[in-house]
Design a protein. Structure first.
Length: 348
């Protein structure tokens, strides 16, 4: 005799909380975005203030302020004591404007672009087509934002990431045996600058599209590193890559399909000096494809590009081996990325 399970009984036994939390997950992100846009963290940069002070500084209506500020406290971005608010350590480190580690520009442009793109996910799933934002309507597309001020804020936000990434790479890679490196797709050169500052014996090259040169020149000149960090404009697949002891490919391979990844790694191998090292980092997918954050990152790349996606660690190591590299080793990086390093054998 077949017994049909009562769905009411099943539902009662399963807590719907995780489903509800997932359904409204974007609400927390929007609270962060609004706080950055309205200047909440700047208003609290000098120390604790009450809600009335924050409202006067930011223009937040008194009816909205209590729940909004307490929500920020609940999210770990503010701390509340005796009715007064202050920035949490996290917010003070990354969300106060004019600080060297400010991520607010990245937060603002993420708000501007991410929701528009992910709002078209259903369409993308049906068609397989990337969902570009319209640059003529102010949408952000790669490094071609129509508003130069927003482009600078976005790059400043990325610099906060590259500061941390550069510090980690400076520690993880054995730079003592090398004298030069090239950062492929290095934008305005901040990662290269961090590595050059950490290891004064290194000379760096930032290789990117020619339209990036003015941004690079302005940034590197401001850091007084123009004599050690150079820019070479070109196309990864059409132009000669600089000869170097080390190549860094950060957030590069995920922009291409598998064949172009293989092609690029072969070109890097040819340009790398004997005994040199290739350094690859991305939000690589774990080999059993179970980490949801990595998979969401990969889905995002499929949403915004015709060929891009994240890729498995094992696949990266296979491509490196096919290109001629040896000793492909993988390790976690900053909790969100995977670092793969491999080597070109020294000349006999």
């Amino acid at each position: 005799m077949t017994t049909t399970e009562d769905p009411t009984t099943t539902a009662a036994a399963v807590d719907p909380g995780p489903l509800i939390k997932l359904t409204i997950a974007d609400c927390a992100a929007k609270v962060l975005h609004s706080a950055v846009t309205l200047g909440v963290f700047a208003a609290l940069a000098e120390g604790p203030r009450d809600a009335a002070h924050v409202s006067r500084r930011t223009g937040i209506h008194s009816r909205m302020a209590p729940d909004f500020l307490d929500a920020l406290a609940g999210l770990g971005l503010l701390e509340r004591t005796d009715g007064r608010y202050r920035n949490s350590l996290l917010a003070q480190a990354y969300l106060v404007p004019d600080s060297t580690s400010y991520l607010g520009g990245f937060v603002e442009l993420t708000n501007e672009t991410l929701y528009g793109t992910w709002g078209r996910l259903t369409e993308a799933l049906r068609t397989g087509e990337p969902q570009h934002l319209d640059p003529d309507k102010g949408g952000f597309v790669g490094d071609r934002h129509q508003d130069p001020a927003k482009m600078k804020r976005f790059l400043a936000g990325l610099d906060a990431y590259s500061d941390r990434m550069g510090a980690e790479l400076a520690r993880r890679v054995d730079w003592r045996r090398h004298t030069s490196f090239t950062d492929l797709g290095g934008a305005r050169g901040n990662l290269a600058a961090v590595l050059a500052q950490a290891h004064p014996h290194l000379r760096a090259t930032c290789f990117d599209l020619e339209r990036t040169r003015p941004l690079f020149t302005e940034h590197i000149s401001g850091l007084a590193l123009g004599d050690r960090v150079a820019f070479v404009g070109g196309d990864f697949f059409a132009d000669e890559l600089p000869q170097s002891d080390v190549f860094v490919l950060g957030h590069i391979l995920h922009g291409f399909d598998t064949e172009r990844r293989r092609t690029l790694l072969r070109r890097v191998f040819d340009a790398l000096n004997p005994g040199g090292t290739v350094v690859v980092y991305d939000r690589m997918i774990d080999d059993d494809r179970s980490d949801p954050e990595r998979l969401l990152s990969s889905l995002h790349m499929r949403l915004v590009s015709p060929d891009g996606s994240e890729y498995r660690v094992a696949d990266c190591r296979d491509w490196l081996r096919e290109a001629g590299f040896t000793d492909g080793a993988a390790e976690p990086l900053l909790g969100t990325h995977t670092l793969v390093t491999a080597h070109k054998e020294a000349a006999a």
